[in-house]
Design a binder for this molecule. Structure first.
Ligand SMILES: N[C@@H](CCC(=O)N[C@@H](CS)C(=O)NCC(=O)O)C(=O)O
Length: 268
C-alpha cells in the first residue's frame, strides 16, 4: 500500500510537487484522479472513484457546490472526505489508513519529504535550512494565490485589468526574490542541493505558464502577457534555474512535457 494517496484533477503541477519529491526520497505515492471536468462525476473520498449516473442520482444528498476552480459545480464529497479535508479542496492527500488528511500542495510535498528524510534531505539539513525552505514555500503560496485567481479568470473568460495587474505585481515580487536568492551564481534556492523549495518553485512557474495558452483572452482585453518574450532577460538566473530543473531526471517525467507544450504555445 502506498505511503500516501493523492486525489486531484489531472494533470496538476501542484500534485507533481509530491511526485517529484517522492522520486528523490523513494516514497511510494499513489495518485488518483481525472480531468477537472470528469471530477464532477467522481466520488470525492479517500476511496475516490468515478460514479455511474444512477449512483450520482442516489448520492444527490452529498452534492456540495464547488467554490474555487470548479465554481458552481455539484461535487460529491463524502462526510469522511470533509472530515479529513476541511476545506474540501484538491489536491487532497491521505495517510495510508485514509484517516489523516493533508491539504495544501506544499504541505503534501512536505509530508513526502518527511517520510523519506533518511533517503534524501529534501527538507534541509538542520532547523535553519528547514525554516528557510519554509520561507520560500510561504512566499510561493502568496504568489500562487494571485496566480490561481489570474489563471482561473483567463480560463473562465473573466480576466480584467485589475486581476491582471495584481498577478503582474505578484509575479514581479516573486521573480525578483528568486533572482536575488540565486545570485550571484547559485544552483539551489537553499543550501547546496535541491530541496522542496526548488520543487515548489518549478511547479508554480510551470503552472503560471498556462498564460501562454490564453493569449487570445489577453488580446481581447488589450492586456500584455506577464511572461512576455523578454521576461527571461529580466530574470536570467531564475529562468536558467527553471530550465535546469525541468531537465533533471526526477522533475522531467512530470514537468518536461507539460512545459514543452506550453512553451510551444508561447512560440506560436
Ligand atoms: N493552494 C491550494 C489550492 C487548492 C485549490 O484551490 N483547489 C481547488 C481547485 S483549483 C479546489 O479543490 N476546488 C474545489 C471546490 O471549490 O470545491 C494548493 O496548493 O493545494
Amino acid at each position: 500500500m502506498a505511503a500516501l494517496r493523492i486525489f486531484s484533477y489531472l494533470p496538476n503541477p501542484r500534485v507533481w510537487k509530491a511526485t517529484i519529491a517522492a522520486r528523490f526520497c523513494g516514497v511510494d505515492v499513489e495518485v488518483r484522479g481525472a480531468s477537472g471536468k470528469e471530477l464532477r462525476d467522481w466520488l470525492w473520498d479517500y476511496d475516490a472513484r468515478p460514479l455511474a449516473e444512477q449512483e450520482r442520482a442516489e448520492l444527490a444528498s452529498l452534492a456540495r457546490t464547488g467554490r474555487v476552480g470548479l465554481t458552481g459545480a455539484q461535487l460529491f464529497k463524502t462526510d469522511a472526505f470533509m472530515a479529513a479535508q476541511p476545506f474540501g479542496n484538491v489536491p487532497a492527500a491521505f495517510g495510508a489508513d485514509g484517516k489523516v488528511g493533508i491539504f495544501e500542495s506544499n504541505s503534501i510535498m512536505r509530508a513526502v519529504a518527511r517520510l523519506g528524510e533518511t533517503t534524501f534531505p529534501l527538507y534541509g539539513r538542520d532547523a535553519f535550512e528547514a525554516s528557510r525552505i519554509d520561507s520560500f514555500l510561504d512566499v510561493s503560496l502568496v504568489f500562487a494565490r494571485d496566480s490561481q485567481i489570474y489563471l482561473l479568470a483567463l480560463s473562465g473568460g473573466t480576466v480584467d485589468a485589475a486581476i491582471h495587474a495584481r498577478a503582474r505585481d505578484a509575479f514581479a515580487i516573486y521573480a525578483s526574490g528568486i533572482e536575488q536568492a540565486l545570485s550571484p551564481a547559485r544552483d539551489a534556492l537553499v543550501g547546496n542541493g535541491i530541496s522542496i523549495a526548488d520543487i515548489c518553485f518549478a511547479a508554480e512557474l510551470a503552472l503560471f505558464m498556462n498564460e501562454h495558452a490564453r493569449t487570445d483572452q489577453l488580446r481581447k482585453q488589450g492586456l500584455e502577457k506577464i511572461l512576455h518574450a523578454g521576461v527571461s532577460d529580466q530574470y536570467p538566473l531564475m529562468f536558467a534555474h527553471f530550465a535546469r530543473l525541468i531537465e533533471h531526471a526526477y522533475f522531467a517525467p512530470d514537468l518536461k512535457p507539460y512545459v514543452a507544450k506550453l512553451s510551444s504555445k508561447a512560440a506560436a
